[in-house]
Write a protein that binds this ligand. Structure first.
Ligand SMILES: [Zn+2]
Length: 298
């Protein structure tokens, strides 16, 4: 009798323990899935940056021997300010502190550099613009609010202008720790002589085969229309999200009216016969000024 009672007790206990373990397992998984869903819902485009930008994207472009080249450092920035404390290495690398940015601008000024716009390079290629002795171009990708708050006052202080690549459906959005500038901020910058250019409507990856030619063309012409709607001007310069493009993508970009395509290929020699593949110089977060000087001077 006692033995029977014990057996029943152990059976019930074993079922109870199993039930607790199973429900715990299910609850943990539901929690994990919810967290993943939240992460992907809030993820800004640049969160995928480290995975999408490859060595091939950064590789210097081959220069055609008969192509007409000109040396113009085109600086690439994303965030100017302080990266949130919990941000990952990519976000930190994309964030240049206000102090460093000011140090870079001050050094360029002292060295006699003059900022020009990307459109000036196109005009130069047509023989309609005279380059200053030491030209430099500031580009800012994605249109983050911190750029408009922190970079423009410094550009103004040193008499520089910049080129701001806008993801035209993102203004005023908050995605993860990325806050995008409002159209009001962008219009104010444009009115004060800053250059506004396209970075597509939604930062889609142009190299992903899932995007049809129809989608690409609609997105690119859509970004031009968005800028036209807000600023009443037709943008004809595109910065490729993630530096990704293909021969077909370039063809579609030209159909959409673009005359210049800006990449993440490293270098400062621009082939004027190939303005759809313009290289840039990436400025990393915490770049020492000495390293920055080397990048400009090399
Ligand atoms: Zn981007």
């Amino acid at each position: 009798m006692n033995l029977f009672k014990h057996r029943r007790f152990f059976t019930v206990a074993a079922f109870a323990v199993a039930a607790i373990l199973v429900s715990g397992f299910i609850a943990t998984n539901i929690y994990k899935q919810q967290r993943l869903a939240n992460i992907s819902k809030n993820a800004g485009p640049e969160h995928k940056y480290d995975k999408l930008v490859t060595q091939a994207d950064l590789k210097p472009l081959p220069m055609s021997s008969n192509g007409k080249t000109v040396k113009i450092p085109i600086l690439m920035y994303h965030h100017i300010g302080t990266a949130p404390a919990d941000s990952n290495a990519t976000r930190k690398d994309l964030t240049v502190s206000v102090e460093n940015f000011e140090g870079q601008a001050a050094w360029l000024k002292t060295e006699g550099y003059t900022s020009i716009l990307l459109a000036d390079v196109y005009q130069y290629s047509l023989g309609k613009f005279t380059l200053p002795q030491k030209p430099v171009i500031f580009t800012f990708d994605d249109g983050y609010a911190d750029i408009f708050q922190n970079a423009i006052p410094i550009l103004d202080k040193y008499g520089f202008k910049g080129s701001f690549a806008i993801i035209t459906q993102y203004p005023s959005r908050q995605q993860g720790d990325n806050l995008y500038a409002s159209w009001q901020d962008i219009a104010k910058a444009y009115d004060s002589g800053q250059e506004i250019i396209s970075h597509t409507q939604d930062h889609f990856d142009g190299s992903n085969p899932k995007f049809s030619a129809d989608f690409i063309l609609k997105n690119l012409t859509g970004s031009v229309a968005d800028i036209k709607d807000r600023l009443n001007f037709t943008s004809n310069i595109l910065i490729y999200p993630y530096g990704h493009y293909s021969a077909n993508y370039i063809k579609l970009a030209k159909t959409a009216g673009f005359v210049m395509g800006i990449t993440v290929h490293e270098g400062s020699r621009i082939n004027l016969d190939n303005l759809m593949e313009v290289p840039r110089i990436r400025v990393h977060g915490n770049e020492p000024l000495e390293k920055f000087k080397e990048l400009i001077l090399e």
